[in-house]
Design a protein around this ligand. Structure first.
Ligand SMILES: [Zn+2]
Length: 414
């Protein structure tokens, strides 16, 4: 029996068809998808998922944050379930694999179990987490955050998009503000199949990544205060140009990781100049800093270095400086025994593997704080993600789903 289960494989062609059907919902002209959380496209994607889950005979539950669960009963249905899933929402003009692969891969796992009449000891539950991207309604990973108890439901409901529409209203409008309470319940294991969203697997020609966890994420906001003035009449000497000071600070951010080492990355992704006019010396600049590393201490030391450099740059340009420590999430380790299972399962199936970390946040971040969690990564072609050209080969999608299937099976019997 055991070996029979170990020989089970997903139907790669069917997985591809599911992914292609999902990619039609919110398809963009350049081959991506735009399926923002609680939009009409999100509703259509959910409707299709629920249709497929119903077809499978799974017990479908929608909770008050719109998380969709599709449960396949176990022989002992009172046991804690094995959860497997990801998200169906996308970035604006995003890709057709990020998130969707994990949900369609989980669906393919359930379908494979059904096809072969496999009964598992524990229940197996697919989950589609609402608003993982956080691009329409910040923050990211919002609904898994509420489920985990890290965020509150009503706070989440009150988040608004750029048009001023509230998340809770929009979720109700698309018909997915469900009746079930959104709160954590015990689970035996959580698996999330996902595209790597980086270049490492492709570069090292490996098929399956077994991330040991998710790097820390430290966010800062930097406000530089200069003196606005007429550009034609103000001499160059003595200017307090906030944008020039900010430019030097940004270069300091770019230079810091090489000095710190340890795979630390640091990015300025957003900047605003005041008054942002071509004929006014900038009187103010605000930019963001994002620092990520497996080593929380290293990330903190990197920031301390930057604080000093920022202070010196502000002084050189006669500017004031205000620093805000906006958000810090420390690195998150997955369950070592599940990570080993992902790696060993992939090897047993004949796939090359790579140990790495996730540089991106995932719903698995919150899940890892609650119970045994692991992810399965597959290569992103060209390392590109959150963009319309995001691609993963069909073979790699199938490989990832096979690893997911075998990991879910092992946990569901354990
Ligand atoms: Zn994702």
């Amino acid at each position: 029996m055991r070996t029979e289960l170990e020989r089970l494989r997903v139907d790669g062609a069917r997985l591809r068809r599911s992914l292609e059907a999902m990619a039609e919902i919110g398809a963009t002209s350049a081959g991506g998808v735009q399926r923002l959380a609680a939009s009409d496209e999100d509703r259509r994607a959910r409707d299709l998922l629920v249709f497929w889950l119903d077809e499978l005979g799974a017990q479908v539950t929608v909770d008050e944050m719109g998380n969709v669960f599709g449960r396949r009963a176990g022989r002992d249905d009172a046991l804690d379930p094995v959860l497997t899933g990801s998200h169906l929402d996308s970035q604006p003009r995003g890709g057709r694999f990020d998130g969707v692969l994990g949900v369609m891969g989980s669906l393919e796992v359930l379908r494979t179990l059904r096809d072969h009449g496999v009964e598992t000891e524990r229940p197996v539950e697919l989950v589609d987490w609402t608003n993982e991207e956080g691009s329409r309604f910040p923050p990211a990973m919002m609904a898994s955050g509420v489920w985990a108890g890290a965020l509150t439901r009503d706070w989440a409901y009150a988040r608004t998009d750029v048009a001023g529409l509230a998340f809770g209203d929009e979720l109700a409008r698309i018909g997915y503000r469900g009746p079930a309470r959104c709160e954590r319940r015990p689970f035996h294991a959580y698996y999330e199949l996902h595209v790597e969203q980086g270049p490492r697997l492709e570069r090292e020609r490996r098929t399956i990544g077994a991330p040991r966890g998710i790097v820390c994420l430290h966010w800062y906001d930097v406000y530089v205060e200069g003196t606005a003035n007429q550009v034609g009449t103000t001499p160059m000497e003595g200017r307090a140009d906030a944008l020039v000071a900010a430019a030097e600070m940004i270069l300091a951010v770019r230079a810091m990781p090489a000095r710190m080492g340890g795979g630390l990355v640091a990015t300025v992704g957003e900047i605003h100049a005041q008054p942002n006019s071509r004929n006014v010396v900038p009187g103010g600049a605000h930019f963001t800093v994002d620092i990520r590393s497996w080593d929380d201490g290293l990330a903190r030391r990197g920031w301390e270095d930057l604080r000093e450099e920022f202070g010196a740059a502000a002084e050189r340009h006669g500017c004031g400086l205000r620093l805000e420590e906006t958000w810090r999430v420390d690195h998150n380790e997955f369950a070592p025994e599940l990570v080993a299972r992902v790696r060993d399962t992939a090897a047993r199936l004949g796939y090359s593997t790579l140990d790495l970390e996730s540089g991106a946040g995932h719903d698995a971040s919150y899940m890892a704080t609650l119970g045994p969690t692991a992810m399965v990564f597959v290569p992103s072609i060209g390392g590109r993600s959150h963009v319309e050209v995001e691609r993963t080969s069909w073979e790699d999608c199938e490989a990832g789903a096979n690893v997911l299937l075998q990991c879910v099976l092992a946990s569901a019997e354990g």
